[in-house]
Design a protein around this ligand. Structure first.
Ligand code: GRG
Length: 329
């Protein structure tokens, strides 16, 4: 089956399950506003990549149990919590082509709903995945918070290195994607070797995923990404294309970039100018190349395993790397 169809089929199952979870919360008497926001936050778009990875990883390890969907959904709950809180932190105006939760329902409701989703996700992982999985999940969550702190700290550093950037994206994105794979492997009964390989696959896939996300922030079509162009620059976030340009620019161009990057108003108004300078120093091309090399590392983590025992899942995991690299939303 084509990957697009696998994603659509599994996403529909995850959605169905999340709807059942929300109905159950409703019947338990949880506040109607919380229920309304959960429906909004979970069903206005979302590709369901993280739960898909848990399902594929469990099957890659030989598990055909349908119960994995309940565990996998926890990753969408945590992901949604992090997006809601991230949009508050960034003061975002748009998410998935719609108003972010804090814009539509207010700041208090956004913070509380994110808190709820985080604890709901943890309860599901402990119930369906056990203590070992919960520890992996919590470590990834702590890493996300740390990644956000690093990003804040780095925003004041105009001389960032590729390593600085990687330490941010490792925390904010890659550890969770690695955990989605590793926890799938734990659920599927994979041994330490398989767990490690799938975690390495996930972490590299996650880094490639974030590099592409950062490229889309400059080069994406807002109708596809659901976000306007230049948000990262506006918020003072230095991502890989800009880091490369700053490292390579001649004195005049560097001075111009630095003057824009260190001034809030210019950052909002001069996205096209910054894009042109990034392009001049091959920042976009080289960031894409880096994403491709990182995606290749993800594929290599699975080399020599699964071809006979799980050919369908292996093909899907490999194809996901290409999907992540070629995505436009
Ligand atoms: C644990 C509640 C909590 C917070 C942790 C705010 C925060 C601290 C972390 C934010 C991390 C963050 C927003 C990373 C960006 C990850 C990313 C690439 C998001 C886009 O993912 P997609 O493309 O989104 O999978 P869709 O819309 O498809 O679900």
């Amino acid at each position: 089956m084509e990957l697009k169809n696998v994603i659509a089929r599994e996403a529909a199952k995850i959605d169905q399950l999340m709807r059942e979870d929300i109905s159950e919360l409703e019947s338990k008497g949880f506040d109607p506003l919380l229920i309304e926001i959960l429906e909004y936050a979970l069903f206005v778009g979302g590709k369901r990549v993280r739960p898909l990875l848990t399902i594929l990883s469990a099957r890659f390890c030989g598990c055909s149990d349908e119960g994995v969907y309940r565990l996998a959904a926890a990753f969408e709950y945590l992901h949604a919590a992090s997006l809601i809180h991230d949009d508050v932190i960034d003061g975002a105006a748009e998410r998935r082509g719609a108003a972010p939760v804090h814009e539509k329902f207010g700041l208090t409701a956004a913070i509380l709903t994110g808190d709820f989703l985080l604890s709901f996700a943890m309860e599901r992982v402990s119930r369906f995945g056990g203590a070992a999985s919960l520890a992996i999940f919590c470590n990834a969550t702590s890493g996300m918070v740390d990644g956000e702190y690093r990003q804040l700290r780095n925003a004041r550093n105009l001389d960032q290195s590729e390593d600085d950037y990687f330490s941010v994206i490792m925390g904010k994105t890659a550890l969770l994607i690695g955990a989605a794979c590793e926890i799938g492997a734990v659920y599927g009964g994979g041994d330490d070797e398989l767990r490690g390989r799938l975690q390495t696959y996930g972490v590299n896939l996650g880094c490639a995923f974030q590099i592409i996300d950062d490229l889309l922030d400059y080069q994406g079509d807002p109708n596809r990404t659901g976000k306007s162009v230049g948000n990262d620059l506006g918020e003072g976030k230095m991502t890989l294309p800009l880091i490369y340009a700053l490292q390579r620019a001649d004195a005049t161009d560097r001075a111009q970039l630095l003057s824009i990057v260190s001034d809030e108003r210019q950052r909002a108004e001069k996205v096209a100018e910054v894009s042109a300078l990034i392009d001049k120093y091959h920042g976009f091309d080289d960031a894409r190349e880096k994403a491709e090399a990182t995606g290749k590392r993800a594929m290599e983590a699975l080399s020599g395993i699964g071809d006979e025992t799980a050919p369908v899942e292996k093909a899907a995991l490999l194809e996901l790397c290409a999907y992540v690299l070629n995505r436009d939303k």
